[in-house]
Design a protein around this ligand. Sequence first.
Ligand code: TYD
Length: 134
Amino acid sequence: MSLIEILDIESRGDERGQLIALENNKNIPFAIKRVYYLTQTREDVARGFHAHKELMQVAVCISGRCLMKLDDGVNQEEVWLDSPVKAILIRKMIWREMHHFSPDCVLLVLASELYDEQDYIRSYSDFKLLAKSN
Ligand code: TYD
């Protein structure tokens, strides 16, 4: 399976603009427990640099763009999130990094669980070891 799983998000746009709906267990393949967004990230700043033991997430740039890099411990792939209808599913045990945020970037993230620091793996070497034993 490809590391990059883009979800098909339909836009209900018309001449007035775009309207995009994200729904639990419909176009989002889990029950959404938390929503957060990153804004005003400087272009020279990269974020992420962690994996999650259990959490699943969907990320989409509802404005602007950024480069999403994913790593399952063996393979690395990257994709530009550059459209409000281009959402990416990030499964558990995937190392993620976000780079090259455009000045207008708003990265929306939907999460399957509440915030829990215990679910984070913030050391890449720990991640590699855990990914190997998974
Ligand atoms: P962090 O996960 O390190 O951000 P990024 O993925 O962009 O590198 O989170 C930054 C800070 O915000 C950190 O102190 C944890 C806190 N935080 C919350 O309190 N709730 C949340 O839902 C998230 C994602 C982070």
